[in-house]
Design a protein around this ligand. Structure first.
Ligand code: HEC
Ligand code: HEC
Length: 293
């Protein structure tokens, strides 16, 4: 820790060091919880669950064994990614097989995967997960790599997309979820914006649309240094630049540090839902959506 405390140790610096240490302790506890959840869940591939069951040792997160990282990543993956990419990353109803991905093949410790996960490819149906920490992404990458190794070992025995899953839901349960715990009714109405949605999209396309509607535009409000406020469609955003199309269709952009801006992206509520859904919720919702013709 010496490196952190250079020169005069101000109370502020001491506070920062404290916060840093507290964060490490918190992270370690968090990892322990993840491992515990994973070991207790029947979603874990059998071999790994037993291998990692039991208390975590010592609490030195940096020294975690690769298979422990993969186990922590496994539970994150089941929560956030499996709906689209399948439980074993081997491809699912709406996302590609990651075990056959060239990008995954070239990834080392998350260096390629992290960019895709943090920024997503919103135009292609891959959401951005910008609240995941770099540790969580390293864990996710470890899990994806371990699945890739398994898949290569047993090629030929792959399971495909199970379209019949789309027909297993319960309409009433889906409707209850829509109006209740899913919170869908706060933004949508079956007789308003979603009326006829099942006539506009079918099967997988409808599921894709429901999980993560692609190509949806966000609103942005930019406040200039002068106090002038401008509202438009978000056209570009990274750590340096914010850009919009104003009401006349003209593109304008600013360095982010010269203005204040706020983005209104209600569709991101769909990303927050990934960690809440169970497979049954999705299939029930799909059954309900399919009645909206
Ligand atoms: C709503 C569905 C959905 C969810 C949820 C999702 N993905 Fe994706 N993902 C996609 C789609 C669709 C693509 C393909 C995008 C394209 O065609 O470029 C993709 C692409 C990727 C790729 C790039 C593969 C390649 O070969 O280019 C990676 C890596 C990836 N996803 C990882 C993840 C991880 C990790 C998570 C969870 C944190 C996740 N995805 C969650 C739909 C999803
Ligand atoms: C915070 C608001 C919000 C919440 C909560 C929300 N959505 Fe959405 N949803 C959106 C927005 C915004 C869009 C994009 C609408 C568009 O295409 O213009 C969208 C699109 C959709 C679409 C595609 C509609 C179409 O015509 O293309 C479906 C289906 C959908 N949502 C279902 C759901 C379900 C089911 C839930 C609950 C599990 C849910 N949404 C929760 C905001 C929300």
């Amino acid at each position: 820790m010496r490196v952190l405390i250079e020169g005069v140790v101000t109370p502020m610096k001491r506070f920062r060091v404290f916060v840093f240490l507290a964060a490490i302790a918190g992270f370690t506890a968090y990892q322990g919880r993840q491992l515990h959840i994973y070991a207790a869940s029947d979603q874990a591939p059998a071999g790994q669950a037993t291998q990692n069951a039991g208390p975590t040792h010592g609490g030195d997160a940096a020294a975690a064994h690769p298979s422990e990282l993969a186990a922590a990543g496994g539970s994150l993956f089941q929560q956030n990614c499996a709906f689209c990419h399948g439980r074993d990353a081997g491809g699912g109803e709406t996302g590609p097989d990651l075990t056959r991905s060239k990008l995954v093949g070239e990834d080392v410790g998350g260096d390629k995967i992290s960019d895709v996960v943090l920024h997503g490819r919103p135009d292609k149906g891959m959401p951005a997960f910008n609240t995941l920490s770099s540790e969580q992404i390293t864990d996710l990458a470890a899990f994806i790599h371990s699945e890739q190794i398994k898949a290569m070992a047993q090629s030929g025995k792959r399971k495909g997309v199970d379209v019949s899953d789309l027909q297993t839901g319960n309409v009433e349960a889906g409707k209850d979820y829509f109006n209740g715990p899913g919170g869908c009714a706060t933004c949508h109405s079956p007789t308003g914006d979603l009326a006829g949605v099942a006539s506009r999209y079918e099967g997988l396309q409808l599921e894709e649309r429901m999980l993560y509607p692609k190509d949806v535009k966000s609103k942005v409000t930019v406040t200039l240094a002068s106090g002038e406020k401008l509202t438009g469609t978000l056209a570009y955003l990274d750590e340096f630049t914010v850009g919009m199309r104003d009401t006349t269709g003209t593109y304008r952009s600013w360095p982010v540090n010269s203005v204040k801006y706020s983005v209104d992206a209600p569709v991101e509520a769909h990303v927050a839902l990934f960690s809440k859904y169970t497979d049954a919720d999705i299939h029930n919702l799909m059954a309900y959506m399919q009645t909206l013709r």
